[in-house]
Design a protein around this ligand. Structure first.
Ligand code: GAP
Length: 513
C-alpha cells in the first residue's frame, strides 16, 4: 500500500469490515462526519481512554478526574470567548460550490513546499551517505533554503492576518499563491468569511421558557467552572490538575477525513493549574510527558513531530501540536497549550465568583495559570489503527493482512481455538475461555481450518491465539501463537493467564514511559 490514498481507503474499509467503525445512520445513507464505533471499535476506544486516564490520573497524585455535563450554562461560552471567537475562516469555490477552510488551503500549500524540501534532503542524504551533514545542507542548499523560507513566510503572513482578522488578506494570499479548488481546478473564490462552529440547541419544555444552549465544543470549560469546587473538596494544592474525557461537538466546515475531523467527537483533556510565572516551565514539562506517553505505545518515534504555533488561540501564550503521520500526512493529534489565566479570569468576571487559590508559601491569593493537554480520542484511534494495519508478504510469497495493535489496546486479547470440532476439544477450549474471561476479553472460534482462523484473528488484531489439540488432553498444554511474529510455543494451560497478563498489563506498558 505505497499510495497514501489507497492506504487510507484500506483503513476505512478494514475498520468497517472488521467491526471497528461504521458510518452513523448508514441505513439512511449516513450522516456526514459522524461515526459509530462497533463491537471492536468500542473496545479499542475504551482501552485508549483507559490508557490515557491511568497515565494522567492514576499515575499522578496531584491530578484528579471529573465528568462534567455536556450541557453548560450559556454564559460559559460567552466567558470562554467561544461565542465571539470560535470561528473558522471559510471560503467557497464559485465553480465547484465546494466549501473550504481558507487556512487549511494555505497550510496544505505550505506543506507541499515542506515536502519538496524534505525530498531534496532525502536525495542528498542518499548521495552523500555517512558524510552527509543535514544541518549544513538545510542551511546552505539554495533550493531547500528557498522552499523552507517560502513556507515560513506564507505561514507567518497567514498567522498575522488571522490574528488581525484581516480576512481580505487571507483571500489575497490564496490568490497570490494561485491555489486552485481541488475539485474544479478553478481559482474563482468568494471572499473569506468567519463561521462559528458551535451547535445550538434549547433546554426547557415550552417555547417561551426554553433557554438557548450550546453543545460544548471542548471539555475544558467543564473543568474551569469546577476549579474551585474540586480545589476545595479535594484540598488540592497548586500545582494540580483536573482530567476529563468526554464528547465535544463542532460544526466543522471541512469534514472529509473519516474519524480525523468529526462533528461529534471525544476529547481527553487535562488542565494543570500552576503559579503565575511558572507556566512556561510546566508547559515544557507537559510537552515532554505527553510525548513519552505516545512513544510508550510503540507506534514509532518517526511518526510524531512537534509543531509550534505561529498563530496562537485567543487564550494562549504558547502552544504546540503533537502531529502524527496519518495516512494523509502529518496532522495534529494533540494540542499542548499554555492558556494563561484567561479562562479562570473570564469566568470570575462573568460569574462574580472568586476562582483563586490561596498560596500559603507565598501568603497570597492568585488566579492560577493553566497548562492544558488536549488529545482527540478518535484521532488517537485513527493513529493507532492506521499504523497497526499492515499488509505483509510472507516467506512463502503469500500475503497476510494483520492489525498489529499494541496488545494493551487490542479489543480481544486472545482467541481460543479447538483444532477440530470434536473429540472433546471444544469443551476444553470453552473451559479455558471461561477461566480467562474473568481477566481478559477473549473469544472462541471453531469454524473453518485453523490457518483461516489465525488469519481472521490477525486481521481483527487479536495478539494471541490459543489452540487446543489432541495432546492437550494428555498433558494440559496448548499452543500459543503470537500475532506479530506468528511464532508458536507450547505452554501449560495453567501458565496462560500470567503469559497474557505480562503482555497486556497497562502497568507494564506505562512503565515504558
Ligand atoms: N480545549 C482545547 C481544544 O479543544 P483543539 O486543538 O481545538 O483544542 C484538541 O482540540 C484536540 O481535539 C485536537 O488536537 C484533536 O485531536 C481533537 N479534535 C479537535 N477537533 C476535532 C474534530 N472535529 N474531530 C475529531 N477530533 C478533533
Amino acid at each position: 500500500m505505497k499510495n497514501p490514498e489507497d492506504k487510507f481507503k484500506k483503513v476505512i474499509s478494514h475498520a468497517k469490515e472488521y467491526g471497528y467503525v461504521f458510518q452513523s445512520s448508514e441505513i439512511y445513507d449516513g450522516l456526514s462526519a459522524v461515526y459509530d464505533y462497533a463491537q471492536n471499535g468500542v473496545e479499542l476506544k475504551k482501552n485508549i481512554r483507559e490508557y490515557w486516564w491511568k497515565a494522567m490520573v492514576q499515575m499522578h497524585e496531584n491530578i484528579v478526574g471529573l465528568d462534567a455535563a455536556i450541557f453548560m450554562h450559556p454564559t460559559t461560552w460567552k466567558a470562554s470567548g467561544h461565542v465571539d471567537a470560535f470561528n473558522d475562516p471559510l471560503i467557497d469555490n464559485k465553480d465547484s460550490k465546494k466549501r473550504y477552510r481558507a487556512d487549511v488551503l494555505i497550510e496544505d500549500y505550505a506543506e507541499k513546499l515542506n515536502l519538496k524540501a524534505q525530498k531534496e534532503i532525502k536525495k542528498a542524504a542518499k548521495r552523500f551517505g555517512d558524510a552527509f551533514n543535514e544541518q549544513e545542507f538545510v542551511s546552505t542548499n539554495p533550493r531547500v533554503v528557498k522552499y523552507l523560507s517560502q513556507r515560513d513566510t506564507i505561514l507567518k503572513r497567514m498567522g498575522k492576518s488571522l490574528e488581525n482578522e484581516d480576512l481580505a488578506d487571507v483571500k489575497n494570499l490564496i490568490e497570490e499563491l494561485e491555489i486552485a479548488c481541488p475539485v474544479s481546478g478553478s481559482k474563482n473564490w468568494t471572499d473569506v468569511k468567519q463561521f462559528n462552529l458551535m451547535f445550538g440547541t434549547k433546554i426547557g419544555a415550552s417555547a417561551d421558557s426554553a433557554m438557548d444552549l450550546y453543545l460544548r465544543p471542548e471539555t475544558a470549560q467543564g473543568i474551569f467552572v469546577n476549579f474551585a469546587n474540586v480545589q476545595k473538596t479535594g484540598r488540592m494544592k497548586i500545582p494540580f490538575g483536573i482530567a476529563q474525557t468526554g464528547k465535544a461537538f463542532r460544526n466543522e466546515i471541512v469534514a472529509r477525513q473519516f474519524i480525523f475531523r468529526m462533528r461529534e467527537f471525544e476529547q481527553m483533556e487535562m488542565q494543570f493549574f500552576v503559579r503565575p510565572g511558572e507556566e512556561l516551565k510546566w508547559y515544557e514539562h507537559w510537552k515532554e510527558e505527553r510525548f513519552k506517553w505516545h512513544l510508550s505505545l510503540g507506534l514509532g518515534k518517526e511518526n510524531y513531530r512537534f509543531h509550534d504555533h505561529d498563530k496562537l488561540a485567543h487564550y494562549a501564550n504558547a502552544a504546540a501540536d503533537i502531529e502524527f503521520n496519518f495516512p494523509f500526512g502529518f496532522k495534529e493529534l494533540e494540542g499542548i497549550h499554555s492558556r494563561t489565566d484567561f479562562d479562570l479570569k473570564a469566568h470570575e468576571a462573568h460569574s462574580g465568583k472568586k476562582l483563586q487559590f490561596f498560596d500559603h508559601e507565598l501568603n497570597k491569593s492568585y488566579v492560577p495559570y493553566v497548562i492544558e493537554t488536549s488529545i482527540g480520542l478518535d484521532r488517537m484511534f485513527l493513529a493507532v489503527f492506521s499504523t497497526a494495519l499492515q499488509n505483509e508478504v510472507l516467506e512463502d510469497g503469500s500475503e497476510r493482512i494483520v492489525l498489529k495493535l499494541p496488545s494493551v489496546l487490542a479489543p480481544t486479547k486472545a482467541a481460543i481455538l479447538p483444532l477440530i470440532k470434536k473429540d472433546g476439544l471444544p469443551e476444553i477450549a470453552r473451559k479455558i475461555m471461561n477461566d480467562l474471561k474473568f481477566d481478559f476479553n477473549v473469544s472462541y472460534d471453531e469454524k473453518d481450518a485453523i490457518g483461516r482462523r489465525y488469519r481472521r484473528q490477525d486481521a481483527v488484531g487479536t495478539p494471541f491465539c490459543i489452540t487446543v489439540d489432541h495432546d492437550t488432553k494428555n498433558d494440559d498444554t496448548v499452543t500459543i501463537r503470537y500475532r506479530d511474529t506468528m511464532q508458536q510455543e507450547r505452554v501449560k494451560i495453567s501458565d496462560l493467564k500470567s503469559i497474557i497478563s505480562k503482555e497486556v498489563s497497562i502497568g507494564n506498558w506505562l512503565q515504558k514511559m
